[in-house]
Structures are given as C-alpha cells and as structure tokens.
Ligand binder design. Structure first.
Ligand SMILES: [Fe+2]
Ligand SMILES: [Fe+2]
Length: 114
C-alpha cells in the first residue's frame, strides 16, 4: 500500500505544480481526473487488503473513505463549474494526506504487522 500512497502523493504534487505554473485548464482537469481515478482505485485496493488481514476497524475505515470521496467529488464539481482550482482544494488534499495516510492508514499497517 505504501507504493500506492507514494503514487497518490505524486499525483497530488503534480496537480499542485501545474496549478502553480498556471497550467491550462485542460491540463489541470486531466490531473484532477487522474487523481480522482487513482484515489478510487487505491481505496478499493486498501479495503480489499484490510478485509484480507481481517482488520477489525474495516467498516469505520470504509465510512471514512466514502466521506473523503464525497468531499473530493464536491471539490471537483466546483472546479468544473467555476473553471478554476481553489486553495481550499489543496488544503483538503493536504489535510487528507497528513490525517489519512499518516494517521488512519497507519493503524491497519500496525495491525498487519501484529
Ligand atoms: Fe490509503
Ligand atoms: Fe485509507
């Protein structure tokens, strides 16, 4: 899963770089779409993995994933209607990064080691 987290982080970084470089909207849109697709794929993989290791907090983790996807899609929607990315979107990604990957995901990693 670490490999997937690295890939997710690199997609987020790429989006931020393109945004900072004032890339075309079509480029940003493409970056956003790759990020969304990969996020869904990652959550699916992660949930399968947690089921395999019989992680006891799987259901709670699934709820958190669903909530993150809902929020992510909300940001994507506002990007599509307004035609530009907002700082809040990056704040959300930043928060997700630290709170989810470094916090919540570390809990099942601990469980798999035990
Ligand atoms: Fe994760
Ligand atoms: Fe997760």
């Amino acid at each position: 899963m670490n490999q997937e987290h690295k890939q997710l982080i690199s997609l987020m970084n790429r989006l931020h770089e393109e945004y900072s470089a004032k890339a075309d909207r079509s480029v940003l849109k493409q970056c956003v779409e790759s990020l969304v697709d990969y996020t869904m794929e990652h959550f699916r993989d992660e949930e399968e993995y947690m089921a395999r290791i019989q992680y006891p907090k799987l259901e709670t983790h699934k709820i958190i994933h669903a909530d993150l996807i809902r929020k992510l899609q909300g940001h994507v929607q506002s990007f599509k209607t307004e035609g530009q990315l907002k700082q809040e979107f990056f704040d959300f990604l930043q928060l997700w990064l630290s709170a989810h990957i470094r916090g919540i995901d570390m809990q099942y990693a601990q469980h798999s080691k035990a």
